[in-house]
Design a protein around this ligand. Structure first.
Ligand SMILES: [Zn+2]
Length: 404
């Protein structure tokens, strides 16, 4: 629940404190360093309230305030030079972890958005079914590393390739991991300090948030992220937050039925967009075999090398680009995202896909075009977005800061 959802009757003084603290943090994030007086003016809070909040944030190490007597530009109060308050961030971090079949990655972001940890592990854990105790062990290893470096966890978010319930805890279905109706949040809660919020989200939703926080769409309030691997996934950021939908399953854009294709999709139905622009469809079009054990991005690099010298491969990619562009135009008209970010193998093959997608959007988007960019976050996108999910819970007053 956000602060705005609280009616006056249910709003406690603790709710008000959390909401006001979040407001000061958001203002510092958006405007950069500001004196207490400027913060009070921009937030509408009293100077006394701002002083209390800044004092507590300073005790937590979340902000840094210049020592008295340091002259700084800006409005002074009672003849004293103003002392800018700066988001410090580094002691407090959100931890994001991506869990995939044979790949796990962790990213910790501090309140100022700086990366304080990036680590990855490869290799399958658990055969047909990814072993949850191995995920828990990975969480514990990351936590120990962060604590050894003097960090405190604001929260943990796990990104998974599958359907996650709206409660942000239960994985309804992640076929690649062999998980169904699994309370993943409960399974890893023991690995973090008591009371630490634990969330779970779909990996494409997390990647979309990462693009809007620190990626190529940094600062944008409205973004559509479209990623191509064997599956085609999407994440929608609207008004700065990820859209989850009624049950939590929004963004399953790979299963839109588009055009007159009758190709069978991995979901068992025919004609899904994924069956036209997913990795397997791309390989079919360029006449290359699918090797299931090879990383999709390495496969795409091989295709890129062939495309540079082989006109038939370029012709196959041109057909793929048409289908990719058609779906992007449908989504841009439905969502008006302003920016579409292409990730996964679409980013690797961007030189052969992007011009067609851009032309189509310029022509077909009723509202008047839509920017298209390619992701540069690579394999760390989902874990980065999961960490950003934790921070957004703090900035949006859904989660309080810990006690100093
Ligand atoms: Zn499908």
């Amino acid at each position: 629940m956000s602060a705005a959802d609280l009616t006056p009757a249910t709003r406690t003084s603790e709710d008000v404190r959390v909401a006001n603290t979040a407001l000061v943090l958001r203002t510092l994030r958006a405007d950069g360093p500001s004196s207490r007086a400027v913060l009070a003016a921009s937030t509408g809070l009293t100077k006394g309230t701002v002083g209390t909040i800044v004092g507590r944030l300073s005790d937590l190490g979340a902000v840094h305030e210049d020592a008295p007597g340091v002259a700084q530009p800006g409005p002074a109060t009672r003849g004293r030079p103003s002392r800018p308050v700066t988001l410090e961030g580094s002691p407090l971090v959100g931890l994001g972890i991506e869990v995939n079949v044979d790949y796990r990655a962790a990213v910790a972001l501090d309140l100022a958005g700086a990366t304080q940890l990036f680590t990855e592990e490869r290799g399958a854990v658990g055969g047909d079914r990814v072993d949850v105790t191995e995920v828990d062990a990975f969480v514990r290893r990351c936590r120990r590393r962060l604590e050894a470096d003097g960090h405190r966890l604001l929260g943990l978010c796990l990104a998974v390739p599958g359907l996650v319930e709206r409660d942000r805890r239960v994985v309804r279905s992640a076929p690649n991991l062999g998980w169904h109706d699994l309370d993943l949040a409960a399974a890893v809660t023991g690995g973090v300090p008591a009371g630490t919020p634990v969330r779970v989200d779909n990996d494409a939703n997390c990647a979309a948030r990462a693009e809007a926080w620190v990626g190529v769409a940094s600062g944008a309030e409205h973004v559509l992220y479209v990623t191509g691997t064997v599956g085609v996934g999407g994440g929608v950021v609207s008004d700065g937050d990820v859209v989850h939908g009624l049950r939590g399953f929004a963004g399953e854009i790979g299963h839109m039925r588009l055009g007159d294709s009758d190709e069978r999709c991995g979901c068992g139905r025919r004609g899904c967009w994924e069956s036209q622009v997913g990795l397997l469809a791309m390989l079919r079009r360029v006449g290359m075999p699918h090797e299931p054990d090879v990383d999709p991005l390495l496969v795409a690099e091989q295709v890129a090398r062939r495309a540079a010298v082989d006109a038939d491969v370029r012709a196959g990619l041109a057909l793929l680009a048409d289908d990719l562009a058609r779906g992007c135009a449908v989504l841009a008209n439905a969502l008006d995202p302003g920016t579409i970010v292409l990730g996964g193998y679409f980013a690797t093959l961007a030189p052969w896909l992007l011009p067609t997608v851009r032309d189509r959007l310029a022509r077909d988007v009723f509202a008047g075009g839509c920017a298209v960019r390619t992701s540069t976050l690579g394999l760390r996108a989902a874990a980065t977005g999961a960490a950003a999910h934790v921070l957004s819970d703090v900035f949006d007053a859904r989660v309080p800061l810990p006690a100093p």
